[in-house]
Design a protein around this ligand. Sequence first.
Ligand code: FE
Length: 352
Amino acid sequence: MSSTRLLAATLSLAAALFTGPVHADEPAINLYSARHYASDEQLYSDFTKTTGIKINRVDADDAGIIARLKAEGSASPADVILLVDAARLWRGEHDGLFLPIRSKVLEEAIPTQLRAHPDADGGIPWFGFSTRARVIVYDKMRVKREDVDTYEELADPKNKGKLCIRSGSHPYNLSLFGAMLEHMGPEKTEAWLKGMVDNMARSPKGGDTDQIKAVATGECQIAVTNSYYLARLIRSSKPEDRQVAEKVGVVFPNQSSWGTHVNIGGAAVARHSKNVEGAIKFLEYLASPTAQNYFANGNNEWPVAKGVTSDNPALKAMTGGSGEFKAETIPVASVGPHQVQVQQMLDRVGFK
Ligand code: FE
């Protein structure tokens, strides 16, 4: 599809989903969201109950939201934007779609490494409100856990013909590879990407859940996925999903070195918001314990605000009971700018 047609299709979809005009006499914020979970209803109604601010929602996917904001320009009614993955948040920031904000509440609640770098005036363009880990799943019958407990081993010749992974150009992988670039430098990273191509059981296709299922059916033996896709299978009401989850082992990679790669679900105030005060109130609300619970648990992610913990049963099961693991400490804001360099490496090594 051409980019113009894609944009047109996105705009008509987004227009169809827009919940209606805002009445000037009632306080409201317009929220563009790439999240669609059952618990979000409670998240929003709880905010309206406590603040009296109504929420009008536009649901679209991440690319659709960014395309819509660009097309609308300064006429955009958007006040708050919810996106997933640091690569996409960085893209939105880079394209000037966000309004950097100052908020004592957010600066105290959200760890520095889970938010954007401040601009020259100290304003912060976006904040993370949940974390997800990029984990390795493996066939418990055929693969030894110690052969897949680091990202580096995904490229080791001992794992030849075993690896399934989604497209290298997907934001989840661009962020992981960008983080590896931070940890290992460009030469080792490119060799690592090449090693993964050599180890693939099949050419990249499908989403993360498809990779987990391909391990369960035996098409491959090792796969890479965001943690919440596995958690979703573990908690599924469908027996066939739970059977898939039971067949695979899960590793939080690099526990004895720099830690597992984590990414975020995040939010920003829209550049042309007509209700900045209400938008900041909503972001501050997202950092509260109640909202953190809805926001993180709704997608089986980890809450991030200081002092808030998770008791999600699937996350506990995946981490051997504790619910915790060692996460890398590089700022998520540092992986986004590596996207272009990583994509060039992917092209050179033939990582589709
Ligand atoms: Fe996802």
